[in-house]
Design a protein around this ligand. Structure first.
Ligand SMILES: [Zn+2]
Ligand SMILES: [Zn+2]
Ligand SMILES: [Zn+2]
Length: 281
């Protein structure tokens, strides 16, 4: 039996790979090699906690047997960029499988403002004197730096990744037994002490270097800031991550083997869709 399991449902940045009409090495490879295909970044922790239901979540979860779908107990939204929460409407279907009357959705206060503009009809408010019990989700607020427990000793602590200026983006410290995983798909910087020496760092790899970040054709204010991979490697070393996996892979236009040339050692690797990381108990 494993103590902590992380399933990477998707590993792309805001747009999937391959990109429409693109014949760069990355996109061409993805048309030949299933390992190169990337859907929007999302993880499932211990089969129970779904982080970031993006636009691909229905298809991502369709690969799981119904019993595993019913086991999903909590949903976490790190920030309200479309590629991290637009799948909530599809996830409402979980209600037909779940033993829960309503599934808790965790997000920060300023994320809720934007989520509810789109999905108000799906979410009951915890403090509502007459809760809308027909709605599939119930609102839970998570607060930066404050751990919250999701059963069986699994604790999540959100921290600021300085990815956005118009709202706050959370990374997550995921802890169980003495294991610590840091999940930060949309990451620019951090001042949070609780990140040190994680057993696993799952870090965003949207751009290879500063040049690529500058020239990304679809980059604008709305997409937020991303620490390039070459600087992310240094960040991983600074916090002394025991192992680092890159996710949220953008249009880097090269194959994982080329990215690996930048890695200082084999504690670094590039994630792929469907990858499962199991920590033995
Ligand atoms: Zn391409
Ligand atoms: Zn984002
Ligand atoms: Zn993102």
């Amino acid at each position: 039996m494993s103590a902590l399991t992380i399933r990477l449902l998707g590993t792309s940045a805001a747009r999937p790979v391959p990109r429409w009409g693109c014949v760069c090495p990355q996109c061409s490879d993805a048309r030949m090699n299933p390992r190169g295909v990337r859907s929007r970044s999302s993880i499932l922790v211990n089969g129970r906690v779904l982080v970031d239901p993006g636009p691909d979540v229905y298809r991502q979860l369709a690969a799981l047997p119904p019993g595993e779908l019913a086991a999903i107990r909590d949903i976490v939204v790190t920030h309200p960029h479309a590629s991290h929460y637009l799948g909530l409407d599809d996830l409402a279907q979980l209600r037909h499988l779940s033993p829960l009357d309503q599934i808790p959705v965790w997000a920060q206060f300023d994320s809720w403002t934007l989520i509810l503009v789109t999905f108000n009809y799906l979410v009951a408010h915890e403090l509502d004197p007459e809760p809308e019990t027909e709605r599939p989700f119930v609102r839970r607020d998570m607060v930066l730096g404050e751990p919250f427990e999701l059963g069986d000793g699994l604790t999540l602590t959100p921290f600021d990744t300085f990815h956005t200026s118009t709202f706050t983006t959370a990374g997550l410290v995921i802890e169980q037994n003495d294991l610590r995983v840091v999940y930060a798909p949309d990451f620019y910087d951090s001042a949070f002490f609780g990140l040190m020496e994680p057993d696993l760092l799952i870090l965003g790899g949207t751009f290879l270097d500063a040049g690529q970040a500058m020239h990304a054709p679809d980059l604008d204010e709305g997409h937020g800031r991303h620490l390039p991979i070459v600087e992310g490697i240094r960040f991983a070393q600074t916090i002394r991550a025991r192992r680092t996996l890159l996710t949220h892979i953008g249009h880097v236009q090269c194959l994982p083997d080329e990215l690996r040339r930048y890695f200082p050692d084999d504690t670094f690797d590039v994630a792929y869709d469907g990858q499962v990381i199991e920590f033995p108990s």
